[in-house]
Design a binder for this molecule. Structure first.
Ligand code: SF4
Length: 313
């Protein structure tokens, strides 16, 4: 049977570029694009997803499948729900700072995409209703939007039924003439095609947001900012389920690395990372600024940018 071609659609710059390239016929056509919804993306991401479905995917005959295992915000505050740990900052009782282990992208993004993939390949549901392994020998090509500047994140799938490919790394036509497109090449391409405002995809309350991203949220979307501030307050004493089970947190959780409440955090400070990006990657910074994008760290299912996050101050 033919190997289905599946786009992992984070709805950020790189995966939107792949969708558009496929719709234009510059890369082979996708059979389906899968978007894993954590339930807590900013409204700009959902609006963008609706738009690319309407204006790119549907006319090209590429279905967008939205998959979801829950709502990361509500689940974190629900005493009856297992807490798929977000990378929250912790100030421990002894004053030291740390970060909670991150399980959220595996739980809310990778897991539902892989389940959809196995179903697509003909897997039968198990007793718990989740798809089992696909029939022997059936595989899919999973296309991941990794640009040349982040080639280090190009990794094998780690499962036998999925083979990762990274089409942006093979494209010609980059501004510097080298093989493979950078993120700035993608932004330019999107701008030429009327999608210059493509947002970066990440949960509203993702602790990986940098100061510029928090500032943008506060200054442009007060309602969503208030939601993040409220969540930051609600998560302060640990997961609702752990507390209900009598296992209180040894310290306090925060969304901001300064470990102060989000609405008091020093988000107006331009961080080392912001300066470094502006200086070492001026071309990208200009392209981003022109496109109205910030330097926030997006969270695509298979290209977590956690390693870009600055170390704790
Ligand atoms: S955006 Fe942040 S909080 Fe959301 S799944 Fe990714 S790492 Fe977790």
């Amino acid at each position: 049977m033919p190997e289905p071609r599946v786009l992992s659609l984070g709805a950020g710059v790189q995966s939107t570029t792949l969708l558009l390239l496929s719709a234009e016929g510059r890369i082979p056509r996708y059979d389906v694009a899968i978007f894993a919804d954590t339930g807590w993306e900013p409204s700009a991401v959902y609006a963008h997803l609706d738009r690319i479905e309407r204006e790119i995917a549907r006319p090209a005959g590429i279905p967008i499948q939205r998959v979801r295992v829950g709502n990361i915000r509500d689940d974190a505050l629900d005493p009856a729900h297992r807490f798929a740990s977000m990378p929250l900052f912790v100030r421990k009782r002894d004053g030291t700072r740390g970060m909670a282990r991150r399980q959220c992208s595996a739980e809310y993004k990778i897991r539902p995409i892989r389940e959809a993939l196995r179903t697509l390949l003909g897997a039968k549901p198990k007793a718990n209703g989740r798809p089992g392994p696909p029939p022997r020998g059936r595989t899919a090509v999973q296309s991941i939007g990794i640009s040349r500047d982040e080639v280090i994140r190009a990794k094998d799938s780690g499962v036998s039924y999925s083979r990762h490919e990274f089409p942006l790394l093979d494209l010609d036509g980059a501004a510097d003439g080298r093989p493979g497109w950078t993120r700035a090449d993608c932004v330019r391409y999107l701008r030429r095609n009327g999608f210059g405002q493509t947002p970066r995809s990440a949960c509203v309350g993702c602790p990986f947001r940098r100061n510029d991203s928090w500032r943008a949220l506060r200054d442009t979307d007060p309602h969503t900012w208030a939601d993040a501030v409220e969540f930051d307050r609600a998560i302060r004493h640990g997961s609702a389920r752990a507390n209900a089970a009598g296992h209180p947190l040894d310290g306090k959780f925060y969304l901001h690395p300064s470990c102060v409440p989000l609405d008091e955090a020093p988000i107006d400070r331009v961080t080392r990372g912001e300066w470094a990006d502006r200086q070492t990657n001026l071309f990208d910074a200009i392209a981003d600024t022109e496109a109205g994008l910030t330097d926030e760290i997006g969270c695509s299912p298979f290209t977590c940018r956690a390693d870009l996050f600055e170390e704790l101050p």
